[in-house]
Design a protein around this ligand. Structure first.
Ligand code: GLN
Length: 497
C-alpha cells in the first residue's frame, strides 16, 4: 500500500487534466500520448485492454488542440470504454468469440455524450463474456490481472476498466453494473466506481445482458471525477425507452451531502447514514468488516448521524438475481446466431448453422446462463421460478424504500472479501456468484451506489465500501464519498508497477 509518485501525465486525475489543459500546461496530444505510452509499458502484463486505437486517438487529440477549450467539459481527455458499449468503427466483442470481428455501425449514447463533450476514446477494456462474471476470467480473450498483485483478479465484469484506472493508464473508464460489475472491480482495485440509477444513463448501444438490471457507470480515481463523467453522460435518451425523463442535477460537491450550506471541507453534518445489519455477516473477511466500520466512524466524526437499519429480504437477492439475470440473458443472447453479427460456423441447414455457431462460440458461463434462463422461463416452471423471483424482487425494493424514509444513504461493505486469486472459483460457479452478495440488491431495486476505497487488508489488497442512495440521488452519494475523500488518502494510493 505504497503511495508511489508516478510522474507521468497519465497519472493525473481527470480534474487535474482538465485544469492543466485550461492553463495550457500541456496539450490533448500530450495526454493521449502519455496514456498510450503507459499502456505500451504496462498493459502487456495487465491485459486491461482488448483494443487500443492510438492513431485514431492521436488524430482526435490533434483536432481537439485546435478548438477552444472552454466550450467542452471533457475537452481532449482520454478515456477508456468497457467492451460491451459500442463505439462506431471500433471492434466490439463483449469479451465473446461470438462477436469476434464485429464492428458496430453506431456509438452508444453514453459514449457519444462524452465524445460530444470532448472526451477521446483510446480503447476498449476487457470484460467477462457479456459482462457475466465477477473476475474478468470469463473473457474469451484471457483474464485481466489485478495491478496490486498480478496473481489476483481485478474483479469483474468491468475488470479491464478498473485495472486501467488504478494503473493510471487512463483517468476514467466506463463500465456497466448489472449485479455489481462497476462497484466490485472498483473495490478489488482500490478505486471509485459509480453505479447509476436504472434508467439514468441511456442503455442504447450497450450490449444487453439483463435488460431490467443493466446500468452504465464509471470507474475513476475519485468521486469528483466520477461526478463529472456522470453529469455529462446522464439524461433522457429517446433511443432508450426505459431511460428516465428526470432532470440531471448539476453536482456541486462542496455542498453538504443532503442539506445545503457548506461549512467546511468534508462536512457531513446532517447526513443520516443507515447501516444494515444484514451486510455484516459471518463468513466474510474480518478486515473488510473492520475497515468498513472504521470508515463509517470517520463519517460520524465528520458530522454524519449513524442509524442502524434493516433490509430484511437481503438474503433473497442472490437467488432472485441468479434467476432473473439469466432469464433476461437467455432472451437477449438469442440474437447471436451467426447470421446477424460476428463469425458463422458453416453447416448444411439453417438450424445447424445456429446450433454450431452458438455451440462453438459461446463460452462456458454464457452457455450456463442461457440454459438456466431458458429453464426458468419455460412453460410449467415460469411461475415457480421467474414469477416467484419477480415477487421477491419487489420485496427487496420495498426494503430500500422503507429504509430511505429514515436515512439519506446506506453504508455497507462492497464485497465480502478482497481480491481473490485467479482460478480460485474456476470449478465452482456458485462460489463465484456468492461474491456478489452485497452488490446485487441495489440492481434489483434500481438504486445508485458508489464504491470507494477505505483501507487495505493485511496482504496489502484494497478494501472498498459502498454508499447506496435513493433512486436518482447520485448527487447525495457522490457528495458523501467526496467529503470522505477530502479527509482520507486511500483513493490516491497506487500499486507499484
Ligand atoms: N457478477 C454478476 C454476474 O455475473 C454481475 C455482473 C454484472 O454486473 N455485469 O451476473
Amino acid at each position: 500500500m505504497t503511495v508511489t509518485p508516478m510522474p507521468s501525465l497519465s497519472s493525473l486525475t481527470l480534474t487535474q487534466m482538465k485544469a492543466g489543459l485550461e492553463r495550457g500546461e500541456f496539450s490533448s496530444r500530450d495526454l493521449v500520448q502519455a496514456a498510450l505510452d503507459a499502456i505500451a509499458r504496462l498493459d502487456p502484463s495487465l491485459h486491461a485492454f482488448l483494443q487500443v486505437d492510438g492513431d485514431r486517438a492521436l488524430a482526435e487529440a490533434a483536432k481537439a488542440d485546435q478548438l477552444p477549450i472552454a466550450n467542452y467539459q471533457l475537452h481532449g481527455i482520454p478515456i477508456a470504454v468497457k467492451d460491451v458499449l459500442t463505439v462506431e468503427g471500433m471492434p466490439c466483442t463483449a469479451g465473446s468469440k461470438i462477436l469476434e470481428g464485429f464492428i458496430p455501425p453506431y456509438t452508444a449514447t453514453s459514449v457519444k455524450k462524452l465524445q460530444e463533450a470532448g472526451a477521446i476514446v483510446i480503447g476498449k477494456t476487457n470484460t467477462d463474456e457479456f459482462a457475466m462474471g465477477s473476475s474478468t476470467e470469463n473473457s474469451a480473450y484471457g483474464r485481466t490481472m489485478n495491478p496490486w498483485e498480478l496473481s489476483r483478479v481485478p474483479g469483474g465484469s468491468s475488470g479491464g476498466s478498473a485495472a486501467a484506472v488504478v494503473a493510471r493508464l487512463v483517468p476514467a473508464a466506463l463500465g456497466t453494473d448489472t449485479g455489481g460489475s462497476v462497484r466490485q472491480p472498483a473495490s478489488f482495485c482500490g478505486i471509485t466506481g459509480l453505479k447509476t440509477t436504472y434508467g439514468r444513463v441511456s442503455r442504447y448501444g450497450l450490449i444487453a445482458f439483463g435488460s431490467s438490471l443493466d446500468t452504465v457507470g464509471v470507474l475513476a480515481q475519485n468521486a469528483e471525477d466520477a461526478a463529472l463523467i456522470f453529469s455529462v453522460m446522464a439524461g433522457h435518451d429517446p433511443l432508450d425507452a426505459t431511460s428516465a425523463d428526470s432532470s440531471v442535477p448539476s453536482i456541486d460537491l462542496t455542498r453538504r451531502p443532503e442539506r445545503s450550506g457548506a461549512k467546511s471541507k468534508g462536512d457531513l453534518q446532517g447526513l443520516r447514514v443507515g447501516v444494515p445489519k444484514e451486510y455484516f455477516i459471518e463468513g466474510m473477511q474480518a478486515e473488510v468488516q473492520e475497515k468498513t466500520r472504521q470508515a463509517i466512524e470517520q463519517m460520524k466524526s465528520l458530522g454524519a448521524e449513524i442509524i442502524e437499519v434493516s433490509l430484511p429480504h437481503t438474503e433473497y437477492a442472490l437467488p432472485v438475481y441468479y434467476i432473473l439475470a439469466p432469464a433476461e440473458a437467455s432472451a437477449n443472447l438469442a440474437r447471436f446466431d451467426g447470421v446477424r453479427y460476428g463469425p458463422r460456423s458453416e453447416a448444411d441447414s439453417m438450424w445447424d448453422v445456429f446450433f454450431k455457431t452458438r455451440g462453438e462460440k459461446f463460452g462456458e458461463e454464457a452457455t450456463r446462463r442461457i440454459m438456466i434462463g431458458t429453464y426458468a422461463l419455460s412453460a410449467g416452471y415460469y411461475d415457480a421460478y421467474y414469477g416467484q423471483a419477480q415477487k421477491a424482487r419487489t420485496l427487496i425494493a420495498r426494503d430500500f424504500d422503507a429504509a430511505f424514509s429514515n436515512v439519506d444513504v446506506i453504508a455497507a461493505p462492497t464485497t465480502p472479501t478482497t481480491a481473490f486469486v485467479a482460478g480460485a472459483h474456476a470449478d465452482d460457479p456458485l462460489a463465484m456468484y456468492l461474491e456478489d452478495v452485497f452488490t446485487l440488491p441495489a440492481n434489483l431495486a434500481g438504486i445508485p451506489g458508489i464504491s470507494f476505497p477505505v483501507g487495505f487488508d493485511s496482504q496489502g489488497l484494497p478494501i472498498g465500501m459502498q454508499l447506496l442512495g435513493p433512486r436518482f440521488r447520485e448527487d447525495v452519494i457522490l457528495r458523501a464519498a467526496h467529503a470522505y475523500q477530502q479527509v482520507t488518502d486511500w483513493h490516491i494510493c497506487t500499486p507499484k508497477l
